[in-house]
Structures are given as structure tokens and as C-alpha cells.
Design a protein around this ligand. Sequence first.
Ligand code: URA
Length: 186
Amino acid sequence: MTLEELAAKAQACTACRLAEGRHTVVFGEGDPDAQLMIVGEGPGADEDAQGRPFVGKAGQLLNRILEAAGIPRESVYIANIVKCRPPGNRNPLPDEAKICTGLWLSKQIELIRPQIIAPLGSVAAQYFLGEKISITKVRGNWYEWHGIKIFPMFHPAYLLRNPSRAPGSPKALTWRDIQELKKTLD
Ligand code: URA
């Protein structure tokens, strides 16, 4: 199956309760041959309305971070743990994440075969590193998952809530992390 065929199939998904409240299935977008895949948590209101990942405020910050590091957004593949917006932007529940990743994200990864995956925030990082991890401990470190390098980073929505740029702040650490990521891509 191709990525397009998988995306088309996902549009009709009703495998979990998140299907009830969604407007659009936000499958993911970007270069199907990407070296780097970015994985967020799930669509928010803007993504649900537009059917594209990371197009709201957090997405605009993600764009600025990628641009500042010299990583074109089009060169990356961007997806989420869950493809449908959780009501009120709550975190996806464990069963929703399990069902959705089993049906879609795992297959996206198999088809794209990125060298590096950067999960953003704890929900995404937990999929690759296990439930017990804390994003503040794992961000900016390299891990391995099924032969793919995993480089967790803070979620841009978290950076929006913590705008300080002081040394050691989440924003300052993210600037260091994105440069480390860029260095590995070169
Ligand atoms: N937050 C996410 O985790 N994913 C999106 O696509 C948008 C906001």
C-alpha cells in the first residue's frame, strides 16, 4: 500500500470514539521520502478545520523553529499520534493512542522509513520511549527505536505557555535541540 492509499483509507476511520467529534482526519503531510519525521500529539481546532497538521499557533511556532534552524518544513514529514481532534483539546486517552498508532502512525513510519523521528511533547515521546518517561528528562537526547534514531523535543504549545528565553528555559533548550537535530541531518 502507498502512503496516499493509506491516507485515503484513514479518512473513513471510525475505530475509536474520536471519530464522533472530528470534522477532518488529519493524516499528516510532507515529503514521503523525508529523512526527518516530526510527530506531535493530535490535531487542535485549526488542524481539525483545515485537515493539516500543525497549522495553528503551535504550528506557526514550529515553522519558525524549523526555519531558524534552516530545515525547510517541506523537507520533513509531519504527523500526529492521533489523527482526530480530542474533544476540548484534551490529551488522547491511552486506548485512543494505541488504536490510532496501530492503524496509522506505525504504517506511516514503515512507508516513510525516516532516519530520525522527533516526537514533540510527552504524549508523542511516550509512544517511542514508554509510558514512564518525562519530556524534561528525555528531550535533547538520542534514543533508538526499531533502528530509527529518536530525538524528543518540547512541544511548541508548551513553549507558547513558557515564553522566557533565559538560559535553561524550555525555549533556550529547544534552540539548542533544533541545532543538534540540524547538525545530524547535514
Ligand atoms: N498540536 C499537535 O500536537 N499537533 C498538531 O497537529 C497541532 C497542534
